[in-house]
Design a protein around this ligand. Structure first.
Ligand SMILES: [Zn+2]
Ligand SMILES: [Zn+2]
Length: 287
């Protein structure tokens, strides 16, 4: 059996083994050497954040039983998509596809911060009062559905090999758990890793309550997109231990830490002054 055949056949097993394997490693690391003290108990955080993640996988299975791999196979059968058209060597197609999909994820992340209605959905991810491995799995179901539809559109236009889609999904999932980790890497290692990929300290800046910090470090895998497009901030002003995590206006645990509150979060309150067209510049040099 070739590698692509193996990946296609055992896709679900591969994904689940990576998920549980990396989750276990990160969870253990957080218990042994946490970066910050949690403000809400681990029992509440994990049951509700993971509850939301399980709800999301159920919704996705229900709505899109063929999933991204099914859409990729269909796209290939039809001969659609750039990479099916040009017929490059498989390894090159895989690398191009994974990098392109990572770039699209970056753009999508900027988009959900910039458009007020989409920010309402995405703030479920940001309203977490703490930052740990389960934060990486907490997204509103409507944002998850939207992400899936964007992914389908990208697959149809790009025509990636199935193996690239599986690699991308596994890597994104693994990196999301890694870079939401409440862990500390040695500073030297963090500095070297950051040249290539997003580290926990780099993504933690994105979960700051400070608006300019939350609107930076949008990347999930490769760190290069934030550097190229000018959205990179190296460290939080308040320092990693003292910085506040979450969103200014939403600090009530019933609203932001419990599942029913999280599901309702996009639908409460007025659209905030957070959107790009209402940003107030205090420093004229920044314009
Ligand atoms: Zn975000
Ligand atoms: Zn995040």
């Amino acid at each position: 059996m070739s590698f692509p055949e193996f990946v296609t056949q055992y896709e679900v097993n591969i994904r689940l083994s990576f998920f549980f394997g990396i989750f276990a490693v990160m969870a253990l690391w957080e218990i042994v050497a946490p970066r910050r003290a949690l403000t809400v108990s681990r029992a509440v955080r994990w049951s509700n954040n993971l509850g939301l993640a399980f709800l999301n996988s159920f919704v996705l299975r229900l709505l899109f039983p063929a999933a991204a791999v099914g859409v990729t196979a269909f796209t290939a059968e039809q001969g659609w998509g750039l990479l099916n058209y040009y017929q490059l060597p498989l390894a090159l197609s895989v690398v191009l596809a994974v990098i392109t999909m990572d770039f699209i994820i970056y753009l999508q992340h900027v988009l959900v911060h910039a458009v007020p209605a989409l920010w309402r959905l995405h703030r479920v991810h940001h309203a977490d009062l703490d930052y740990d491995v389960t934060t990486g799995a907490r997204f509103h179901p409507i944002e998850i559905i939207l992400s899936m539809l964007i992914k389908f559109a990208v697959i149809v236009v790009l025509g990636p090999p199935i193996v690239a889609v599986v690699i991308f999904e596994v890597v994104l999932n693994a990196m999301s758990m890694f870079n939401h980790g409440n862990v500390r890497l040695p500073l030297g290692l963090d500095r070297v890793l950051r040249l290539f990929v997003v580290t926990p300290d780099m993504h933690r800046v994105h979960h700051s309550v400070e608006d300019n910090e939350a609107n930076s470090n949008f990347g999930f895998n490769l760190s290069i997109w934030d550097r190229i497009f000018g959205t990179y901030i190296a460290q939080p002003r308040g320092g990693h231990e003292a910085m506040s995590i979450g969103i200014h206006q939403y600090r009530e645990p019933r609203q932001v830490s419990w599942l029913p509150g999280m599901l309702a979060l996009p639908f409460i309150g007025k659209i905030s002054g957070y959107a790009i067209n209402r940003r107030e510049w205090s420093n004229p040099d920044e314009q």
